[in-house]
Write a protein that binds this ligand. Structure first.
Ligand code: GLN
Length: 506
């Protein structure tokens, strides 16, 4: 039975708050669906006992007459990059696991147990959500396919031989496969939007500063944001409303008030100006993806949006700029994983301090993380700093100005979310550059710190070499325009001939 967890977030919370359904039953359904979908590799930790205890406490609270929060009894999965007090938190890395008999173990149950909850976790709990588990991811969020997890791949429910995208792959799978009505991901350069697009669900990357990063294990601090994934727009909106807002424990968190995102989903979008940048429709874009996205844009035009071209000329520098800035920040952030303070500690006999650092990092970090630490250290090093890091910061400003100029002309921007639908597992592993290039449409918005989301469009048509696969429309708006993006996404969803999407049953 999945009747409860198949509901949208608001509907499920409403039933539980009204006493027509129990949080316990919803949690049981989610735990069962997670068990049924085990082969998809979505979860690193399933919090069965605590989820049931939390759910029963919520039901008891209601029976005693208390008013429940906006996520009353809704089972939610959280990317394992957020700290959960007392529960394994691995960042998808062996370096955050305890050694087993003197060796690094690919075992998330040995994961680091943080002494505190991330602010987003606190807010989910305060809204009466039920945390059912921690989801799989690319190590420290570095990747676009979930293949960089130390604990195995996650698989796309539309075709398990394909990637769900990344780095929030497990969160996208949990939602797309119907294990939880919503999930939390993180987006540094596309890691909520791209897996949402590749799995056929909605994903939001809030404006930098909209959601607190306190308790999020840092990858690239000037880019990292936490955001929700859900099966429809209003569900994602409700979760965003619960986690957004100022937090004194994150110095970059904005003090701007949080609007009613759910109410925004019913707002009239007639007259809104939708910019279409031709830079995002060039060579390399799968023709069926392009067609699907253009169909959605044409539909929005029929619904009253005013569609016009815009220019974002520095788009072509996005990939290079991001992979300098993100690796530089990562090399600095990851210096704290030294074998002394957290997780893994390997001490080769007679190795001294350098031996401890070297052995721990060598066994603890995967190849992509090592590649990025090396790249980042290089671009920051004396003599190269001006040529790479400084230059990248300057180009970042130009990219930001592209968006500023565009938003003087239009209210939001519409693009494809990724150049291709989900690719096969293994297809890009040997060629990191081809993997990086797949991020071309999501990186510029991250560099600019603006708001973005991904909403499913018509899946690509089945052909000889691939089945029908989801793809998505990316909507981008100025800082703190999430409500506007949600209004347009919800309008599209209401008239979309393919909503709601369901992956084929296995
Ligand atoms: N795919 C990008 C990367 O590998 C973005 C990752 C993310 O947003 N966490 O860095």
């Amino acid at each position: 039975m999945r009747d409860l967890i198949d509901l949208g977030v608001a509907e499920l919370a409403g039933r539980i708050a009204g006493g027509e359904a129990s949080a316990e039953e919803a949690a049981l359904q989610a735990l069962d669906a997670i068990e049924q979908g085990k082969h998809l590799g979505a979860f690193l930790t399933v919090m069965a006992d605590s989820a049931l205890a939390q759910a029963r406490a919520i039901d008891a609270k209601r029976r005693h007459g208390a008013r429940l929060g906006p996520l009353a009894g809704v089972p939610i999965a959280v990317k394992d990059l957020l700290c959960t007090r007392g529960f394994p938190t691995t960042a998808g890395s062996k370096i955050l696991t305890r050694a087993d008999a003197g060796r690094a173990a690919a075992d998330p149950t040995r994961g680091w147990r943080p002494p505190y909850d991330a602010t987003v976790i606190e807010r989910l709990v305060a809204a009466d959500a039920v945390l059912v588990g921690k989801t799989n991811l690319d190590e420290f969020g570095m990747g676009s396919s979930n293949e960089n997890s130390a604990f195995g791949v996650a698989r796309n429910p539309w075709d398990p031989t394909r990637t769900p995208g990344g780095s929030s792959g497990g969160s996208a799978v949990a939602v797309a496969a119907g294990m939880t009505p919503a999930a939390i991901g993180t987006d540094t350069g596309g890691s909520v939007r791209q897996p949402a697009g590749l799995c056929g669900v909605v994903g939001i990357k809030p404006t930098y500063g909209r959601v607190s990063r306190n308790g999020l294990i840092a990858f690239a601090s000037s880019l990292d944001q936490i955001g929700p994934l859900a099966r429809n727009v209003s569900s994602a909106a409700r979760v965003l409303g619960a986690i957004a807002g100022h937090d004194p424990r994150d110095a970059t968190s904005a003090t701007i008030a949080v609007p009613d995102y759910e109410a925004a989903c019913t707002r009239d979008v007639r007259g809104l100006r939708l910019g279409v940048p031709e830079e995002y429709f060039g060579p390399g874009l799968d023709p069926d993806v392009a067609e699907s996205v253009r169909e959605a844009i044409a539909t929005l035009q029929r619904e009253g949006c005013v569609v016009r071209p815009v220019e974002l000329p520095h788009t072509r520098f996005g990939v290079a700029t991001y992979y300098i800035i993100a690796t530089a920040e990562a090399s600095s952030n990851l210096a704290r994983f030294d074998g002394v303070r957290f997780g893994l500690r390997l001490e080769p006999p007679g190795g001294g301090l350098d031996g401890l650092y070297g052995a721990t990092r060598d066994a603890g970090f995967g190849p992509e993380v090592k590649r990025r630490v090396l790249l980042g250290t290089y671009v920051l090093s004396a003599g190269y700093y001006d040529a790479y890091y400084r230059k990248a910061q300057q180009v970042r400003t130009l990219i930001r100005r592209d968006f500023d100029a565009a938003f003087a002309e239009v209210d939001l921007i519409a693009t494809p979310i990724a150049p291709t639908p989900a690719f096969r597992l293994g297809e890009r592993v040997a060629d990191p550059l081809s993997m990086y290039l797949g991020d071309v449409f999501t990186l510029p918005a991250s560099l600019a710190g603006i708001a973005g989301l991904s909403v499913p469009t018509r899946p690509t048509r089945a052909r000889e070499d691939r089945p029908a696969l989801p793809t998505g429309l990316q909507l981008l708006g100025p800082p703190f325009s999430e409500d506007r993006l949600l209004a347009v996404a919800a309008t599209w969803e209401r008239v979309s001939p393919t909503h709601p999407l369901r992956p084929p049953s296995p």
